[in-house]
Design a binder for this molecule. Structure first.
Ligand code: UFG
Length: 335
């Protein structure tokens, strides 16, 4: 079975490629290297002992996508390739719509033209906004998106759903909570470009002395310690869920042509809890200060994973400690 992984040299993509290879799948990667580097390919190979096939293609290039599909026999697609920075998307909305939406449409069109019907989509818990009820189930209402990035995930799900109505396309959208951590080998991980926007890379860079102080955005939230709560899921657990979802489609166990699953641990942790846990596993004291809330942030989000547990037979196995220690070990390789 040959699986196309778009964005396969990125953070979640690279970990998923490794898991796919370890499950015996042949992998072909498409990546435009906009947020990754080509050496990730060798790192993947050094973990799995198999170098995946790689094509340097920008998925906005419709002709290149067409040529790829007409010359490669593919059994399924896991589509990661997309821009993902919330703040940047507010500054560059049209680039976000062009990159995230046109590439999705071109991939789906070529899948249809070449009778490839199995599709896994990277979605996000951002589609729920600040949910009225916690934990968040898949049936929670979709709130108006807070950012163009979030909107591309909502629109992306709608496009895919419409596609399944008029073709043989079968799709699963996986709504990630907060993916963190790195592979236990410390050979692949998250590569933030410039100043990290997300909490964990900022924490590890601060501990490594690259950043002077971590700003905690808000300590007046209505949470037990006043800092915001998220569901932090280890990227390796997340990667494994993609394999399970893919196999569900390949073995025709899906119950609808478009399905959605939450991928989280089911547990919420505050920013302060994350910092304390990081200090414990790394043995480093973190320099931090409280500042105002960050615009657009929600108070609390964590997953109800009942449906993913029951339908996919998957649950997160690794702990926050595991994830933070792996992120720290990865950071130490970057210094
Ligand atoms: N935070 C800080 N200081 C920082 C960075 C983050 O205090 O320097 C806080 C945030 O305010 C938030 C928490 O840490 O409370 C997590 O922030 P992240 O930026 O790591 O993650 P978000 O929950 O904001 O965003 C993530 C993904 C998005 C996705 C969103 C959906 O990065 O792609 O979840 O809720 F859209």
């Amino acid at each position: 079975m040959k699986i196309l992984v778009t964005g396969g040299l990125g953070f979640i993509g690279s970990h998923t490629v490794v898991e796919l290879q370890q499950e015996g799948f042949d992998v072909v990667i498409i990546d435009n290297l906009s947020k990754s580097t080509i050496d990730v390919l060798d790192k993947i190979a050094s973990i799995s002992n198999r170098k995946p096939d790689y094509h340097h293609i920008d998925l906005r290039d419709k002709i290149a996508v067409k040529t790829f599909f007409s010359s490669n026999a593919i059994d399924g697609v896991i589509h990661f390739a997309a821009s993902k920075a919330v703040g940047e998307s507010v500054q560059m909305p049209l680039e976000y719509y062009e990159n995230n939406i046109s590439s999705l449409v071109y991939v789906l069109q070529e899948m249809s033209a070449n009778n490839v019907s199995n599709f896994i989509f990277s979605s996000s818990c951002t589609v729920y906004g600040q949910a009225d009820e916690l934990p968040i189930t898949e049936n929670a209402p979709i709130k108006p998106a807070e950012s163009p990035y979030g909107n591309t995930k909502q629109i992306g799900e709608e496009i895919i759903k419409d596609g399944t109505k008029i073709s043989d396309l079968k799709a699963i959208a996986l709504r990630y909570f907060n993916p963190i951590g790195a592979h236990e080998s410390a050979k692949i991980g998250e590569l933030p470009i410039g100043v990290p926007q997300n909490l964990i890379p900022f924490v590890t860079q601060t501990a490594a002395g690259i950043r002077e102080v971590l700003s905690i955005f808000g300590n007046d939230y209505p949470t037990p310690d006043g800092t915001a709560v998220r569901d932090y899921i280890h990227v390796v657990d997340l990667a494994k869920a993609h394999i399970v979802a893919l196999k569900r489609l390949l073995t025709k166990q899906n119950k609808a042509s478009f399905e959605v699953f939450n991928l989280g641990t089911g547990k919420g942790n505050s920013v302060l809890e994350v910092i304390q846990t990081f200090e414990k596993v790394s043995g480093k004291n973190l320099n931090y200060k409280f500042v105002d809330r960050r615009a657009g942030d929600i108070t609390s989000a964590y997953a109800d994973t009942t449906i993913a547990n029951k339908e996919l037979g998957w649950k997160a196995e690794l702990s926050l400690e595991d994830a933070l220690l792996s992120a720290w070990k990865w950071q130490l390789t970057l210094k």
